[in-house]
Design a protein around this ligand. Structure first.
Ligand code: FMN
Length: 147
């Protein structure tokens, strides 16, 4: 089983969450690449059994510009067999809290084997550790069931 956590982050909140999820995946013995989206080649999507996508939200719940290529790659490639999850940080001050997570969720639900989503308010706190654990449980158990 090979996994990737692909994320973007400007001020560090989503990067922290990505690192927490990466740590929980590795604790389960799943070899997991932690990759900033700018370093990810979309041609490698199908190398993975599990992909967790991490994004902040911008401009009234929109995708950050740097996530658009990854989003389109999921739309264009045959990724039905990939178990996916999407997580993100946002600020509930904005009307569309973690709207970019919702955009990925809806697309990944149609395109892939979407297992789980997670939204966190700004900086991840200790209480979010168990949410990361559950996030990884859902990802790994979905692969165990379907493979
Ligand atoms: C100009 C601007 C627009 C934002 N728009 C939204 C939004 O629509 N929805 C949301 O949930 N958060 C919004 N945010 C908050 C960020 O998504 C949040 O701070 C996030 O944790 C940043 O992630 P990062 O630290 O990984 O860069 C906005 C922040 C800024 C500065």
């Amino acid at each position: 089983m090979k996994a990737a956590v692909i994320y973007t982050s400007v001020t560090g909140n989503t990067a922290t969450l990505a690192e927490m999820i990466h740590e929980h995946m590795e604790k389960r013995g799943v070899v997991t690449d932690l990759i900033p989206v700018d370093d990810f080649n979309p041609a490698q999507l199908t190398d993975y059994d599990i992909i967790a996508v991490g994004t902040y939200s911008w401009d009234n719940g929109e995708l950050p510009m740097e996530m658009e290529e990854l989003f389109e790659a999921f739309e264009d490639e045959d990724v039905q067999q990939i178990t996916t999850g999407v997580f993100g940080t946002g600020d509930s001050f904005f009307a569309s809290f973690c709207g970019a997570v919702d955009l990925f969720r809806d697309m990944l639900y149609a395109q892939s084997n979407l297992a789980v989503t997670l939204k966190v308010e700004l900086t991840p706190q200790k209480g979010d550790i168990s949410k990361c654990d559950t996030f990884c449980d859902r990802l790994t158990s979905r692969v165990a069931v379907t493979s």
